[in-house]
Design a protein around this ligand. Sequence first.
Ligand code: BES
Ligand code: MN
Ligand code: ZN
Length: 505
Amino acid sequence: MELLIETGALAQAADEAIVVTVFEDAKEFPLSTAAVDTALGGSVRDLLDSGDFKGKRNETALLRTAGKIPAKRVLVVGLGKQADLTMDRTREAIGKAARQLKDMGLKTFTTAIPGDGGSLSAAQQGQAIAEGLILGTYAMDEYRTQKREDIKNLDRATVRTAETNADFEAGFQTGRKIAGGTVLARNLTSRPGNVCTPTMLARTAEELAAESHGVLKTTVFSYEECKTMGMGAFCAVAQGSEEPAKFIVMEYKPANAKGKPVAIIGKGITFDTGGISIKPGAGMEAMKYDMAGSAAVIGAMKALIHLQLPLHVIGIVPSTDNMPSGGAYKPGDVLVSLSGQTIEVVNTDAEGRAVLCDALTYAARTFKPEWMIDLATLTGACVVALGHHAIGMIGTDNALMDTVRSAGDLTGEKVWELPFWDEYQDLLKSDIADMKNSAGRDAGTIAGAVFLGKYVEKTPWVHLDIAGTAWADKDKPYVPKGAVGVGVRLLTEILTRRAEQVSKG
Ligand code: BES
Ligand code: MN
Ligand code: ZN
């Protein structure tokens, strides 16, 4: 899909449709909407007066234009209350409109800045619109055999502004880059376990390095190399699978990088059967998305390369399947992790923490980062606690958690903190080893974090459980049902703020 910005009156756009926005509670229309309403002889006003349409958030209505303007159709989109206009409402309105027109089989449309932008900066408007357009119309078509012509796809979306605005255009380009990283994450996450293997994740990370003009270096360690390094926890999970495991390290360091490195770490279980503690068959196919954390890290790395932030960032992806086999690790096994701490396996389905603990130790010791953030589809308990609307957050650094939370408010990837009190710290006491890998059902998400927390050494750390947010069971305005790509925009926002901070010195 081609994305364009141009100046001119929305009402005069000669595309198949134009999109206008209205607030729920405002007497006046946004300027661009008012002009279209006038050109149509008041049919938008008429629609609201009829009471059939209120302008509620993401409500839509389609009007025919009877030759009064060049476009045949006007899609009216509700923005909700005027005071509530945010970047995320903008993404939603644009994403919802674009997908609706795409699903109708249209090829082109033009819109204006939703609600004229309200108090958002021009850069924020541009970014939110680009993200809404790209993410709202995303589809995973890699496995459809019908002809390309039969797949509904927009050819072009245009945003008309009253006058040229460099900040708006810069924001729009930023949004494209961030959405590009999110699309990569969605593609990786959507792909089934027989396609998206550890080898494929590694190849993707290597391709990013190849196209980065030297700012990204990717190193991939094999199972044997990890074994030699002493990653006994990661290797225990990997030993049951025929599919070669990969421990992927991406180092982003442009010549102008400032500040200490920071590390982002993503769980890369390309399929989680549960291992010997095997999962029930019903719904197990969903466990192809158990690498969503790694997709977020790889997607964020892609966005970083394109945004060229002057930072030193390490991305780490421990990747393997979790399979039952004659060689698989078993309940009762005692593992020696890279840190030297021993782990009693009571449930082989708690594999995420095993692969992550060695990655945390590796990151802390090799790079001495200023902070580490891990993202993982770690616990079903997180889905029980928070459902599909919030990422579960636990960490050791309040300032970093504040940044994560506020970045999530901006990107619409809402984050909710769970407690990490001392009382929880002995959930994982083992009779035989330094810790066991599961405490059963109670406080499952916190127990996972308690485990990981034993591997961060003194590094400030935040754990994000994305089990409930990585996959959408139904359509949302700019998230079509399926892989969400959650975390890419969040990480990018966190890193963008860090770049602003370190360049101030
Ligand atoms: N990948 C799962 C968690 C998960 C569940 C992600 C549902 C997305 C949706 C994870 O590896 C797992 O199996 N966790 C166990 C932990 C338990 C054995 C301590 C769980 O949640 O039951
Ligand atoms: Mn599991
Ligand atoms: Zn898992």
